[in-house]
Structures are given as structure tokens and as C-alpha cells.
Write a new protein. Structure first.
Ligand code: F6P
Length: 520
């Protein structure tokens, strides 16, 4: 189905031409803007009103989504159909947070039973580590946990653990992702090997960075404490049980995951094990419950009021009609420091595709560029460009209304005043005859205000972004769930590694010279 050849898209485009030069501010005079564009969802306030669109545009996008049979696509995902066509896999991160036991089948197997079994295993293990029942090689309780993983096996858990700082227990959490030895050296110098637990997270159990880092650490343990230390200090999460076993992991310390959960969607699966270690299993369940609430909203709410769908419509509005190529994510909450990194992988690895679901080259723009940093820091670095640059960048502001855990309430107020001021300034601008002092305004933004960052509200927020990504992909008719674009670099890196030792492969002169400079 060619999305942009449908009548509904043509209608939408026609209406777009009639509003494209309108100023956002004018909409606030014409109608009761917030009635149509502001929503409360379980203690989270979503404001989509400061955008370059009107009510009719939202309706036409909803018609377009209906025309594209988006409802059916959503059901196909939730019910375990093989929607990742290139890898012939179901996509069931939603089953991982399902709060009831209704069966979900993949190739005739009820995955909910597998999930419940795995949850019991995770609950038992994390409980033992937190309580101190799990002991290291010298009989001491665990004080530090190191998550060794990269991409989806790092970004989600790291982001959540930081976001839920206020819910953390005594365990010190570390995340080792890069192969750069700088990080590994620093980590080894910092921790006490006798009281540290390593969690190797690799869905494929073939990721060079993760396995190399894990191997180096394992060697240190073998050298210092002998073989018996491995079972006390290393556990792993993977779909590849046999590979993990061969790597030397005790079979009892292997937490299986499944090929129907994608890496960047895996924080809900055993790959997110650092989260229950850091905050306890019960609170991890609340994170899932929050996501489940958003799942139900996405599955059932009509598109005009469907939060992930509305967010996806906005991306199409800017990406495919106005021609804005990037979107910024600016959390005004240091606890959400890693949210932009997480969203970069979620959105760009999912939707950076240029063939459609039938394998044909697309002739429309797909995944846009996602970037960002925390406010107010960002105001003092790149906001100049957002306000007066030639490029227009829709901004997503995210914050928590109250911060109960601080003594410095005034700081929190200043933080939020700044965020609101930025969204207002982007929209209203400031006319000035002196050209360099002039602000054009009319620059769009979304504001999401969580009452508080709790496991539940964070869960809902993350599911909102996942479903936004899915909806965009569906409307663009691309597969959000594969990532073949990362493979070529991995293959070439292995060849280059060989060429450092002995030059056997042919390269262009630039590449050849770089290899020579490093190998000499
Ligand atoms: O190279 C990209 C990628 O495959 C991501 O999709 C994934 O999240 C990451 O690498 C890590 O993969 P794994 O969990 O298999 O080690």
C-alpha cells in the first residue's frame, strides 16, 4: 500500500497547503485550542497545542491512519503476528508488560507462560542479590553490579536506573558498554572484585564489544580467584543459551530471552535485569504496569485522542510536509539525562530505513533525526539555533511537575519556569527592527509534564514513545524492527582488525593509510 498515494493523504496535503503559512499563535485566538490538543493521561499532561496544525489537520491525519488500516496493524503486533517480515519474527514487547494471563501465541506457543516463568526466576535472583543472600567468592554480599551490554542491552536499563534514582536501593550500578579500554580500566580500578556482580546482557551473544569486555573481566577473575568465582560473579541474559554456556557461564545463571523482543524494546524483558536489581522487583513491575496502561490506551483509543498516534502524526507533519528533518528531545530533569540517547536508538534504529515492507525503495522521507540534551544546560549551548537559526526544529519538552525529594524547591521552580518560557518564546517570538535581535517565532513544541517521575509514569512515557515509533513506521510502510544497517560496519571492523596484523584485504588509499598508521 503506497501511503502517499491514498485519497486520505491527498486530502490531508490539500488542507496542509491552506494552513502552512499560518502562525501557531493565531490558533489560540480562533478556537479553544487546549480542548483539542491537551490531554491528561494517568498523571501525565500532554500538550500538543503549540504546533503548526489545526483541528481539521488532526482529523485528516486520523482518517489517513484509518485508511492505512493502522488499527489492524496494532492488533497484529499485540497478538503476536509475524510483523518483522525480514527476520520472520513476532514483536511482543507488549506481552512482557501484560498485566493479565490472557494467552498470546507465537507459532502455537503461549509466550505469557514463558514470561511468567522468567519473571519468577528474575524475582528470585534479584531478591537474593538485594537481600545479601547471594554471596561473592569470599562470602561477602554484593555491593556493586556491572551491566555489560551495548545498544538496547545498555541504553534502556541505564536510562531507567538513572530516572528512578529516588527508588534505588543500596546496590551501586555501573554500565559498561563501549569497547574503549578507558572505561574498563576506570571501572576495574573503582570496584571491589569480591563484592561485584557482572550481568552480561547480549541478545545475540555475539556482540564484539560486550563479549570482549566480559572476557577480559572473566580472565581477571580466573587469574585471581580461579574457576569457582565465575558462577558467583557472572550471570547472563541471552537468547543464545549454548553460546553463553560455552563462554563459561553457569547454566543456572543464564536468563533466557526470546527472539520476539527487539534489543531496543527489551528493557521489559530479562535484558532489563539491572532495573529490578537497582529498584527491586516490585517497583520494576510498576514500571511495566505503567507501560501496560499506555498499551491499552494505544490499542483502544480513537486516533484523534490517541497520544502515541498524535505524536506520530506530528512527526509526519514536519518530516513529510513542512520538510523539517530533525526533532529535539529536551528533558528538564537531570534524572532523564539518558532519555535522548535511549530515544535515538529507539527511533533512529527502528525507522532509519529506505525500503518499504515489500522491499521496494521508498520515494518519501522516513525516520527523522533525533537528538537532544537536558535543560537548562541545552539553553546555554544550542538553543540559539532553535530560536534564530534558519532550520526549524520541533522540540519535545519533558519534565516532572513536582520533585518531592529535594530540599531546594526553588531550584525546581526555576527549572520549570525556564522550560515553559522556552516553549513560549519559540512560539511567540519577539519582533524587533534590529534584525539580529528579531525572533520570528512560530516554532513548534510539545510539552509533556509528568506529575512526578515514578515507575508507573516512566513506564507510560516509554510505551508512548515506542508506540509513536511503531505508528510512524506503519504509516511510512517500513519495518521498524530490523536493523541490517548496522551489519556492514561490524563486518569491515573484523577485516580491519585482521589487517592490523597482516595486510590481506584490499582498501582504498584513505582506509589503507589509516590502517597502516595504527598497525605500525
Ligand atoms: O548493532 C546493533 C545492535 O544489534 C542493537 O540492535 C542491539 O541493541 C545491540 O546491537 C546489542 O545487541 P546484543 O544485545 O545482541 O548484544
Amino acid at each position: 500500500m503506497k501511503a502517499f498515494e491514498t485519497i486520505s493523504w491527498k486530502n490531508l496535503k490539500k488542507h496542509f497547503e491552506s494552513i502552512r503559512n499560518k502562525n501557531i499563535l493565531s490558533y489560540f485566538k480562533d478556537d479553544n485550542r487546549l480542548n483539542d490538543f491537551a490531554f491528561e493521561f494517568a498523571n501525565i499532561y500532554f500538550d500538543f497545542s503549540k504546533h503548526r496544525w489545526d483541528k481539521k489537520m488532526l482529523r485528516l491525519f486520523s482518517d489517513f491512519a484509518r485508511d492505512m488500516k493502522t488499527r489492524q496493524a496494532i492488533e497484529d503486533m499485540f497478538s503476536g503476528k509475524i510483523i518483522n517480515l525480514t527476520e520472520k519474527r513476532a514483536v511482543l514487547h507488549t506481552a512482557l508488560r501484560q498485566q493479565n494471563d490472557e494467552a498470546v501465541f507465537v507459532s502455537g506457543r503461549n509466550v505469557i507462560q514463558d514470561i511468567r516463568k522468567s519473571e519468577a526466576q528474575i524475582k528470585n535472583f534479584t531478591g537474593k542479590v538485594i537481600s545479601g543472600e547471594w554471596k561473592g567468592i569470599s562470602g561477602k554480599r554484593i555491593t556493586d553490579v556491572v551491566n555489560i551490554g551495548i545498544g538496547g542491552s545498555d541504553l534502556g536499563p541505564k536510562m531507567v536506573v538513572k530516572a528512578l534514582t529516588n527508588y534505588r536501593n543500596h546496590l551501586k550500578m555501573h554500565f559498561l558498554s563501549n569497547i574503549d579500554p578507558f572505561k574498563l580500566d576506570a571501572l576495574i580500578n573503582k570496584i571491589n572484585l569480591e563484592t561485584t556482580l557482572f550481568v552480561i546482557v547480549s541478545k545475540s551473544f555475539s556482540t564484539q564489544e560486550t563479549l570482549t569486555n566480559a572476557k577480559k573481566i572473566q580472565e581477571i577473575y580466573l587469574d585471581k580467584f580461579g574457576k569457582t568465582a565465575i558462577a558467583k560473579h557472572f550471570v547472563t541474559v541471552s537468547t543464545q543459551i549454548e553460546k553463553a554456556r560455552k563462554f563459561g557461564i553457569n547454566p543456572d545463571n543464564i536468563f533466557p530471552m526470546w527472539d520476539w523482543v527487539g534489543g531496543r524494546y527489551s528493557l521489559w524483558s530479562p535484558a532489563g535485569i539491572s532495573i529490578p536489581l537497582a529498584i527491586g522487583y516490585e517497583k520494576y513491575q510498576l514500571l511495566k504496569a505503567g507501560a501496560y496502561a499506555m498499551d491499552n490506551h494505544f490499542r483502544n483509543e480513537k486516533f484523534e485522542k490517541n497520544l502515541p498516534a498524535i505524536a506520530a502524526f506530528l512527526t509526519l507533519l514536519y518530516n513529510n510536509l513542512y520538510g523539517y528533518e530533525t526533532e529535539a528531545y529536551i528533558p528538564y530533569a537531570d534524572k532523564l539525562q539518558f532519555l535522548p540517547d535511549f530515544l535515538q536508538q529507539l527511533i533512529m534504529e527502528s525507522n532509519g530505513k529506505s525500503v518499504d515492507l515489500s522491499g521496494q525503495a521508498v520515494n518519501w522521507q522516513t525516520g527523522n533525526i533525533v537528538w537532544g540534551n537536558t535543560g537548562t544546560n541545552a539553553q546555554h549551548s544550542f538553543f540559539q539555533l532553535l530560536h534564530q537559526g534558519t532550520k526549524i526544529i520541533p522540540v519535545n519538552f519533558i519534565a516532572e511537575r513536582q520533585n518531592k525529594n529535594t530540599r531546594f524547591k526553588e531550584n525546581h521552580k526555576i527549572l520549570l519556569a525556564n522550560m515553559i518560557a522556552q516553549s513560549e518564546a519559540l512560539m511567540i517570538g519577539d519582533r524587533n527592527e534590529i534584525t539580529y535581535k528579531n525572533f520570528e517565532g512560530n516554532r513548534p513544541s510539545t510539552t509533556i509534564l509528568l506529575d512526578e517521575i515514578t515507575p508507573e509514569s516512566l513506564g507510560s512515557l516509554l510505551a508512548y514513545y515506542e508506540h509513536k515509533t511503531f505508528t510512524e513506521a506503519w504509516l511510512w510502510q517500513i519495518n521498524a524492527f530490523d536493523q541490517f544497517g548496522v551489519e556492514l560496519g561490524k563486518r569491515l571492523a573484523n577485516r580491519i582488525l585482521e589487517d592490523f596484523e597482516q595486510s590481506t584485504h584490499h582498501h582504498d588509499s584513505s582506509t589503507q593509510t589509516l590502517i597502516r598508521k595504527i598497525s605500525k
